[in-house]
Ligand binder design. Structure first.
Ligand code: SF4
Ligand code: SF4
Length: 485
């Protein structure tokens, strides 16, 4: 129940609580932490917050100070409303604890990422599977290079069972280069469709590819089976060829460009996205975006900084991250102008964060890994996510034995935001929750700690997304309803 902070004669001083203020379209807003709600401040609310920003006060004193500008009754209502959303509270109230809300036992699996091969026909410098920062020895380790039909079918059964009562489950194919194991892909999709229909569950398919092996019959199959495709690509020729090279060292642009064009021309049943890895040497985001969206015709383009040890010369460090932020902001505001006109803009990073803000997401974990999402290695071992597939230290059972629920419980207990004390005072924690486990493993040698090297970046980017959210809420609120779907 909201404490009655505003009654005349209330004896306890009040103070500001935890929130992040921002402005958009000439209005003032607060992003509430940890409830993750966004509230617009009317004039009396803004005045109360400004008055309290200099320190705690008695409610009667605030009302007295502001009574020349607003009626007393309105000010008391405002104080009560601000207490209701926890923007203000009694000055001696302890800081709100991060809630220890472990997910329920047997949390259903929503997405299974199947590593159908760990072999690749490219040798990208920054590859997390084969490069200097690899976690699993995919070259000399005991993982099979290709997943067998039988393992893939067992994995489908695993997904059907572990997704419980969910009406829809997602199956994503990953590699290595996924299309190197095309026969298993075909068999698995056909099998999953049949078994899904038998048990009354819809399965949605997607895959990630480097596009080098696309052929007309594969493209036709992808379109017919409504398989979502994400292409890993770094941009125009000179950018793509810098790191995305064949084993011979030859760049891959000339090979993939015509194949991608064909894919985009023929596969119209699902939107096709591009995923770009940003490095110190590949950071002209505007140019990459324009090339992939306008010259190539991708529907969406998502950018991710390379996950690597800070010692690598292609690692993105402070200056690079600042540069990336500036360019992200530029594209984000361009996205906003398109959204105001109900037009599509392909910069997916901003859309993803806006959706989380709109839904009031407050995460106890940075992503679905280990929770609703699990990876499966070529041998059928279940792991934290595709980036940990086959790692002995990050396993959660096998597709034949099922999820090791005890191990999963332990992981969720250890990785909950309640243990990331550095994050407890950070206003961006509902969205960030410490960041990617793989990044943390590569940088710090463990998945448990938060990625503190990214904090300034994360907070600045989240602030920008809040501004965009507020602008859109003022200028075209109907657009936000798309995120309700
Ligand atoms: S990792 Fe940094 S930005 Fe993310 S929640 Fe923790 S303190 Fe905040
Ligand atoms: S741990 Fe990192 S790579 Fe794995 S699903 Fe989460 S964000 Fe993605």
């Amino acid at each position: 129940m909201t404490p009655a902070v505003a009654e005349p004669g209330a004896m306890a001083p009040i103070a500001l609580r935890e929130f992040h203020p921002f402005e958009a379209a000439g209005e003032r807003y607060v992003y509430m932490v940890p409830s993750a709600g966004v509230f617009k401040l009317d004039d009396p609310s803004a005045a109360v917050i400004d008055a309290l920003s200099t320190g705690p006060r008695m409610p009667d004193d605030i009302v007295g100070e502001l009574s020349g500008r607003f009626p007393e009754e309105r000010l008391r209502e405002t104080l009560q409303e601000l207490a209701g959303i926890k923007a203000v509270g009694t000055a001696d109230a302890p800081r709100e604890e991060v809630v220890n809300d472990l997910p329920p036992e047997g949390f259903p699996l929503t997405t299974m990422v199947l590593n159908v091969t760990n072999k690749c026909n490219l040798a990208c410098t920054y590859c997390y599977e084969y490069g200097e920062d690899k976690i699993v020895d995919t070259t000399f380790g005991d993982q099979p290079k290709f997943m067998l039909d039988e393992t893939a079918r067992d994995s489908v059964e695993f997904l059907l069972k572990e997704s419980g009562d969910l009406p829809v489950a997602h199956l994503t194919f990953f590699g290595g280069e996924t299309l190197l194991n095309f026969p298993v892909l075909q068999d698995t999709v056909a099998y999953a469709r049949r078994r899904g229909a038998e048990v009354g569950k819809r399965i949605e398919f997607s895959l990630t590819t480097n596009a080098t092996l696309l052929r007309p019959d594969i493209i036709e199959w992808l379109a017919e089976n409504e398989i979502g495709v994400t292409v890993s690509i770094d941009g125009p020729k000179e950018m793509q060829d810098r790191m995305r090279v064949f084993h011979s060292g030859r760049g891959s642009y000339e090979t993939v460009q015509p194949k991608i064009k064909e894919l985009l021309r023929k596969h119209r049943t699902r939107p096709i996205g591009a995923r770009v890895t940003l490095t110190r040497e590949n950071l002209d985001i505007r140019r990459i975006y324009e090339h992939l969206r306008e010259d190539m015709g991708f529907w969406e383009i998502g950018f991710a900084p390379v996950t690597t040890d800070s010692a690598r010369d292609y690692a993105l460090e402070d200056e690079g991250l600042d540069d990336m932020l500036g360019q992200f902001e530029e594209l984000a505001f361009e996205w906003l102008e398109a959204a105001v006109e109900n037009e599509h803009h392909g910069f997916s990073n901003v859309k993803d964060t806006l959706e989380e803000i709109h839904k009031g997401v407050s995460k106890a974990y940075p992503c679905g890994a280990g929770l609703g999402l699990l990876g499966v290695s070529t041998a059928g071992e279940v792991s934290l996510c595709h980036r940990f597939a086959g790692s002995d230290d990050h396993g959660f059972g096998t597709v034949t034995d099922g999820i090791d629920r005890e191990q999963q419980r332990e992981f969720l207990e250890d990785h909950h935001i309640k243990n990331k004390t550095d994050c407890h005072t950070c206003w961006a924690r509902p969205i960030c929750s410490g960041g990617c486990y793989h990044e943390s493993q590569v940088r710090n040698g463990s998945t448990t700690g938060p990625n503190l090297h990214f904090c300034t970046w994360v907070r600045s980017w989240t602030h920008t997304c809040l501004e965009i959210y507020g602008e859109l809420a003022e200028r075209n609120p109907e657009f936000l309803a798309r995120f309700d779907a």
